[in-house]
Every structure is written in structure tokens, then in C-alpha cells.
Design a protein around this ligand. Structure first.
Ligand code: ARG
Length: 460
């Protein structure tokens, strides 16, 4: 043999480049906890069904536990010759406890072993991500509450459209993040299924008890088909798709933070501790954190396409291609956790410049629709009202004035139905308060949405 657990049928040692090329230990060592957790459950199950004696099982578990300890302390050396995390740990086990270590792999293959490891890993990763999401959402609720009545321009085409409340705008992000959370929780149900027992591909001849292994590992179900269990990575693709959507939301949010904190908008101020300076321009304060979040969206989108492409040509069952699932998956998890952590800390620390927001809302004829709606309430058809208000806006632009600054007589020259009460609808406060229905921008509705938001968060 050449020192590898599978070398029996080989006549020459592996080419050293091929050894490097095929090894996954450089990245899959991250799965050591899951690998050992899975092995301990597998050993207990083998003892329960009588394949291992209880002494053998205890020796294996103790050996695995000391290995886990050494790895966590950085006192374990990984060998490329042993290819991956599974064979590194198994070899160390036998080295430590003797030949009984060689019995651990009974009724198991690295194929169902790795599928188990990544499912355990991803399950925990999803829990960490949803916890960070929840933190971010709590922060959003807090500033939405503070800014429930703060007026800002709402935009379409990035042109001033109608006044909205800043709280309402923030709650739009909250809604998106709720759906992201739901998608991840839903995906977790399909992640949390036990593949062990599938062995290489066809199952095993030993009288295994998968329900027991599943119970020990906290899986909610058992894979119903051994070929499927070892070959598909749809759960990882689904997770990455949910992650790409989440990043897309964070990226759009980031874009707004970058815009709003610019001198041209000046709606918000980002805390200094989340910004960096320029090595040449002494005055600069750059919104690096939102920019990086926006930028990192690219790699997660890339990982989604990478995983889909990895899967698409594979015949059943396991193929070595699947070893390529880990780096994109790990990087997706790391990226999501990093971006969420940054946002969760930064969002509640944002300060607003309500005067600037109001000034911007005042400048853009944001209450023109309110004037049209007013005319409709006085009996004018909406299309005629639209035309009338358009003319009034043209005049106001010519005179460089807000609609509310036009004289009553001037307004009446556009339509005789206009009366003194028109000025109530031309105010920004009147405009937002009037949109007082579920989903509308009125401060009262923002507060109701925050209440509902708190309820949506609490069961998570
Ligand atoms: N390192 C492999 C992976 O990541 C583990 C499974 C290897 N199985 C095999 N038959 N070569 O997928």
C-alpha cells in the first residue's frame, strides 16, 4: 500500500501533482466539527444495531473527541496525502486508538459522509445568518420608529415623485428582509435531512438504524433515495439563490446609503467608524462599507451560477465534481455573515438630516399628484386634472417657486374649482398623512407596520 485508505488496488503511488490537485483538505478542514459529530453519531448507531461492541464504540468516540480538541487548539497537522478532512481524521483515529479505528467506516462512504457534513454545516450557517438578519431588522424597526414622520422625497426614475416618510422607506427594506428570512428558513427544511445510510450510492448491507442517527444529529428527516442523497446539491444551490437575493436587497440598500450620504443629497450621515478616508484628499469620508456590500453581491451571484453549472452535467450518483461545491458555499456563508454584521451594526447608528430631506421634497413639486387628486374630489376628471396641474407646475418652474407658494388667484386661473383649502393638500405633511391605508406612507401606517413587523420578528 502507499499509505492511503484506498490504495489496495493501485500499483504506483499517486503523482504528487495529482495529489495536490485532487485534495480538498485545504478547504474542507473547515468541516471537521461536523465530520466528527457525524462520525460519533454513526458509531453510536453501529453499536446500537450490534455492528460495533460498546467498548469499540466508546474507544472510537473518545478518540474522535481528542482529535476535535486538538484541531480546535490548532494542534493537528493536516496531510495533503490524506486528501480530505474525512481521511485525515480517520487516519488520526487509527493512529491514536489502534485497529478498532478502522471499523468506524463500516456501512458508510465518504459520499454520504460529506453530504452529511455539508448539511450539518449549512444548517448551522443558516441559523447564524437568520440571527444576523433579525438583528438588522430590529435596527431597522428602531430607526423606522424614530423616523416615522420624517418627510423625504420618494423617487421613481430617481426623480422626485411624491413625498414619503423616511420610516416608510426603511420599512420597505424591512419587508424585503422578512422575505429573505422566510426563504432561508424554508430552505433549511430541505437542508436538514440525513443522507447517512446511502453509503457510496446504493445503501449498505448492514442493519442500520437511520432514524437513530437522524435523532442524534438533529435531522428532521431521512433521505428517501440513496442515489439522490449522495449526488444532489440542490439544497446548496437553493441556499445560494436565497443568499443572492438577500445580497441583491442589501446591494440596493447600500446604493441608497451611498447616494444619501453624498454632499448632493446629504439626507443621512454615516457614522465615522463605518467610513474610511482618502490617502490624498484630506476632506474625504468614503462610504466604504455600503460600497463593499454592494460589490460583494457579485461574488455571491457568481457562486450561484458556479454551483448551478457544477451540477448541470453530472450523471447520478456521486462525482468528484461535487468537491467543488465547498468553496462557493463557504464563501457565500462568509460573505452573507460579514455583510449582515456590518449592516446590523451600521444601520441603527445612521443619523438623518431631516431639513435636507424636507428641502429636497419641497423642491421637486412632490405634491402635484395631491393637487390633481384635490381637483378630482371637486368634480374634475383625473385626466383633465392631470393636464391642469401640469400647466400649474410649468408656471411654478418658470417662476422658480413651489406649488404651495403660488397665490390662490394664480392657482384659480388654472381651474375655478380651486379654493382656499387647496393649501392643505399642497403641504408635505398633508400629502403623506392622506395616504392612510395599509401599505401607505402616512406616519400612522408606518407605526402600524412597525407593530406588525415586531410580531413577524418575534417567532423567528
Ligand atoms: N472530498 C470529497 C468531496 O468533497 C469527499 C467525497 C469523496 N468521495 C469520493 N468517492 N472520492 O466531495
Amino acid at each position: 500500500t502507499h499509505g492511503k485508505p484506498w490504495s489496495g488496488r493501485f500499483h504506483e503511488p499517486t503523482d504528487t501533482f495529482v495529489e495536490e490537485f485532487t485534495a480538498s483538505i485545504g478547504f474542507d478542514h473547515r468541516l471537521y466539527r461536523q465530520d466528527i459529530h457525524g462520525s460519533i453519531a454513526h458509531a453510536r448507531m453501529l453499536a446500537k444495531v450490534g455492528v460495533l461492541s460498546s467498548e469499540e464504540c466508546e474507544a472510537i468516540i473518545q478518540g474522535l473527541e481528542t482529535i476535535a480538541q486538538d484541531i480546535s487548539r490548532g494542534q493537528f497537522s493536516w496531510s495533503v496525502a490524506l486528501e480530505d478532512v474525512h481521511m485525515n481524521i480517520e487516519a488520526a483515529l487509527t493512529e491514536r486508538i489502534g485497529p478498532v479505528g478502522k471499523k468506524l467506516h463500516t456501512g458508510r462512504s465518504r459520499n454520504d459522509q460529506i453530504a452529511t457534513d455539508i448539511r450539518l454545516y449549512l444548517r448551522d450557517a443558516i441559523d447564524l445568518i437568520t440571527a444576523q438578519l433579525q438583528r438588522l431588522q430590529e435596527g431597522l424597526l428602531a430607526i423606522a420608529e424614530r423616523e416615522a414622520a420624517t418627510i423625504m422625497p420618494g423617487f421613481t426614475h430617481l426623480q422626485t415623485a411624491q413625498p414619503v416618510t423616511f420610516g416608510h422607506h426603511l420599512m420597505a427594506w424591512f419587508e424585503m428582509l422578512i422575505r429573505d428570512t422566510e426563504r432561508l428558513i424554508n430552505c433549511r427544511q430541505r437542508v436538514n435531512i440525513l443522507p447517512l445510510g446511502a453509503a457510496a450510492l446504493a445503501g449498505t448491507t448492514f442493519p442500520i438504524d437511520q432514524a437513530y442517527t437522524a435523532e442524534l444529529l438533529g435531522f428532521d428527516g431521512i433521505a428517501e433515495n440513496s442515489l439522490d442523497a449522495v449526488s444532489d446539491r440542490d439544497f446548496a444551490i437553493e441556499f445560494t439563490a436565497a443568499g443572492a437575493l438577500l445580497m441583491t436587497h442589501l446591494s440596493r440598500f447600500a446604493e441608497e446609503l451611498v447616494l444619501w450620504s453624498s454632499a448632493q443629497f446629504d439626507f443621512i450621515t454615516l457614522p465615522d467608524r463605518f467610513c474610511t478616508g482618502s490617502s490624498i484628499m484630506p476632506q474625504k469620508k468614503n462610504p466604504d462599507v455600503p460600497e463593499l456590500v454592494r460589490g460583494k453581491t457579485g461574488r455571491v451571484n457568481g457562486h450561484l451560477v458556479g454551483l448551478l453549472t457544477l451540477m448541470k452535467g453530472q450523471p447520478l450518483a456521486y462525482n468528484k465534481d461535487n468537491q467543488e461545491d465547498k468553496e462557493p458555499l463557504f464563501d457565500t456563508v462568509d460573505t452573507l455573515l460579514g455583510c449582515l454584521r456590518a449592516f446590523a451594526a451600521m444601520i441603527p447608528a445612521i443619523t438623518t438630516n431631516p431639513d435636507k430631506m424636507r428641502e429636497a421634497a419641497t423642491k421637486g413639486y412632490a405634491t402635484a399628484t395631491d393637487l390633481a387628486d384635490y381637483l378630482v374630489r371637486k368634480g374634475v376628471s383625473f385626466r383633465d386634472a392631470h393636464e391642469i396641474v401640469g400647466k400649474a407646475v410649468a408656471l411654478a418652474i418658470e417662476q422658480n417657486k413651489d406649488l404651495a407658494a403660488l397665490k390662490l388667484a394664480t392657482l384659480q386661473s388654472f381651474s375655478p374649482v380651486i379654493e382656499e383649502d387647496v393649501f392643505d393638500v399642497l403641504t408635505l405633511e398633508g400629502s403623506v398623512a392622506a395616504r392612510n391605508h395599509l401599505g401607505g406612507t402616512a406616519p400612522a401606517q408606518v407605526r402600524a407596520a412597525i407593530q406588525r413587523g415586531r410580531k413577524k420578528l418575534s417567532p423567528l
